[in-house]
Ligand binder design. Structure first.
Ligand SMILES: NC(=O)c1ccc[n+]([C@@H]2O[C@H](COP(=O)([O-])OP(=O)(O)OC[C@H]3O[C@@H](n4cnc5c(N)ncnc54)[C@H](OP(=O)(O)O)[C@@H]3O)[C@@H](O)[C@H]2O)c1
Length: 296
């Protein structure tokens, strides 16, 4: 018996349209303003940025925020796409809502060196958990060790199932990849385990994308595993105030670390960057600088 959970009926993001500019999460600076509440030089971050050197906004779109209200002076602007952006907030809110962690438990984090994974690992560390985490290069595995991960491994050269059989059972699984990794985690879940389904990197480009295939559902019943599907839109608002109170200062003080970044320059490399993200070739959070801020 196998179970297939499909999410492509409800589309999170529509497909790109030929001839239309791409939009995504970004950081920008106000160059001109006809609105007395918005001052030239203010920085914005969030959703709704178009991959153009500049664009005109008639009003502030939902999900776009002023950095001077929520940020911390001195942090690089790239922080607002990772630890202080949706990835960091999703990790924070998802962990608070669904992990129910207890000291001494074991957590497995896939995509451990991603922006989301980096935050999850540090929250798990603060809660006193044993942490198993995977990433796709030796460089990233080294970073995981720096974060304090107990069992860090490269899933491209080491068998995930074997690691979980040796180091599990796991009480919490933070899933950013779905696919076979999810099934290996289910087979090595402890009784009462919590699965936090955040992303599906392995299935993004497959037919029927956003599907979670469960090869063997029996352990889910047998071990009473609870599976929580995470939507940043739903979970962030409840936690955002606490997040901004704690996280920017901690990042600035270095008590929380940011994930590695892969920053490239020029509008012309956007397409290549999207391809690289979807094939797992990036060295960190993927960002493209499409325009430089003029310095006085
Ligand atoms: N549910 C939500 O509301 C929500 C919100 C934000 C993010 N997310 C999800 O959280 C996850 C992490 O997001 P992020 O922004 O932190 O990502 P990120 O920093 O851009 O990192 C993504 C990582 O995924 C891994 N990857 C890429 N292609 C892969 C493949 N085919 N198989 C396995 N791994 C692959 C790569 O790491 P390796 O080199 O280690 O493989 C890549 O660096 C993503 O799945 C994203 O969709 C969900």
């Amino acid at each position: 018996m196998s179970l297939l959970i499909r999410r492509d009926i409800w589309v999170l993001k529509p497909a790109f349209e030929i001839g239309q500019p791409l939009a995504g999460y970004g950081v920008g600076v106000v160059l001109r303003s006809d609105n007395s509440d918005v001052v030239v030089g203010q920085h914005l971050h969030g959703r709704g940025f178009i991959f153009e050197q500049y664009f005109v906004l008639l009003s502030l779109p939902l999900g776009m925020y002023f950095i001077d209200k929520h940020g911390h002076p001195g942090l690089p602007l790239t922080t607002y796409l990772g630890a202080l952006g949706v990835p960091g907030k999703t990790a924070w809110a998802g962990w608070k809502d669904f992990a129910s962690s207890k000291k001494g438990e074991t957590v497995f984090v896939s995509s451990g060196a991603s922006a989301v994974g980096t935050m999850v690992i540090q929250l798990a560390k603060l809660d006193g958990l044993k942490i198993i985490a995977s990433a796709g290069s030796e460089e990233k595995v080294e970073f995981l060790r720096k974060l304090g991960v107990d069992v860090a491994f490269n899933y491209k050269t080491v068998d995930t199932r074997g690691v979980l059989e040796r180091e599990g059972p796991i009480d919490i699984y933070w899933d950013s990849v779905a696919g076979e990794t999810f099934n290996a985690a289910i087979d090595n879940a402890a009784a009462g385990a919590r699965f936090l389904e955040c992303g599906q990197m392995t299935t993004l480009n497959s037919v029927g994308s956003h599907a979670l295939t469960i090869n063997n559902p029996m352990p889910i019943f047998g071990k009473s595993v609870s599976i929580h599907f995470i939507s940043s839109f739903v979970i962030i608002p409840k936690h955002v105030e606490e997040f901004y109170r704690v996280v920017p200062a901690a990042l600035s003080a270095g008590t929380l670390l940011r994930s590695p970044e892969d920053v490239r320059h020029g509008l012309e490399c956007v397409g290549e960057m999207i391809r690289a993200v979807q094939s797992g070739e990036t060295k960190g959070k993927a960002m493209v600088v499409v325009g430089e801020e003029a310095q006085d």
